[in-house]
Design a protein around this ligand. Structure first.
Ligand code: SAM
Length: 226
């Protein structure tokens, strides 16, 4: 899988892209992540990518030309499954969307800034608009980072133990069961007996019961028919 992230602040993503799960996935040759500086595509001699909004509104708007040039250059190289724009008014990012996007080959993620991007880009070039929550960030870089992390860890082979992702919260619309590690007794705080029993079927049964109980109590909305 390949993810191309377009941003005016590549330095915000450099560390993230080269650390932890994303670094490991790239080293294994399973994923490629490329960060593109939008300013490299502007025709403006001062490398500006924004301009004043028509209508006299407050703030600045990212202009069509550099975004179009960058997306067109990428599309000339390969086909993209989705051209995603990060935006607070987009479809809410969740685990099912991460699952779906992890099956794609090539994704573009465009990070907005300022008041956002010229709406014509959204109408003509964007295929999917995604929000990471009902709050407004200064730019789309954190949203792109959140999405890339959640997507890449689902790509087969990226996690050393693939079963681990399957038992994470939101897979099967359930919250994860609690987890424990050694020692089995810490200051008298004990690990549930069943986990020490070595009885696989009973442990599975306990895990499912815990998941159901926690989901019912903490996120009953996940159990509702959609
Ligand atoms: N004026 C825009 C609005 O009210 O919808 C908000 C612009 S925000 C200051 C700048 C950029 O940050 C957005 O274009 C978007 O790319 C990104 N952004 C902000 N909040 C986000 C969120 N919740 N999810 C995804 N991207 C977000």
């Amino acid at each position: 899988m390949r993810i191309d992230i377009i941003t005016v602040l590549p330095e915000m993503l450099d560390g993230f892209v080269n650390t932890s799960i994303l670094a490991r996935a790239q080293k294994k040759g399973l994923v490629e992540i490329h960060v593109h500086n939008l300013r490299d595509y502007t025709l403006d001699k001062h490398r500006r990518v924004d301009d004043y909004p028509f209508g006299g509104f407050a703030g600045m708007v990212m202009a069509c030309q550099p975004i179009d040039a960058c997306i067109s250059a990428l599309k000339a190289e390969r086909e993209y499954d989705e051209v995603i724009f990060t935006t607070p008014d987009g479809e809410q990012f969740d685990q099912p969307m991460a699952n779906e996007l992890s099956l794609k080959r090539n994704l573009i993620i465009l990070c907005g800034h300022y008041k956002g991007i010229d709406y014509r880009i959204r109408e003509h070039l964007i295929t999917k608009e995604v929000s990471i929550g009902d709050y407004v960030l200064t730019g789309g870089e954190l949203a792109a980072a959140v999405m890339s992390d959640a997507i890449v860890r689902l790509v087969p082979g990226v996690l050393s133990d693939e079963q681990s992702a399957l038992s994470d919260s939101f897979q099967d619309n359930l919250l994860a069961a609690p987890v424990y590690t050694r020692p089995a007794d810490y200051k008298g705080w004990k690990v549930p007996e069943v986990l020490l029993s070595g009885h696989e079927a009973k442990i599975k049964e306990w895990e499912l019961a815990q998941s159901l109980e926690r989901t019912q109590r903490l996120r009953p909305d996940l159990l509702e028919e959609k």
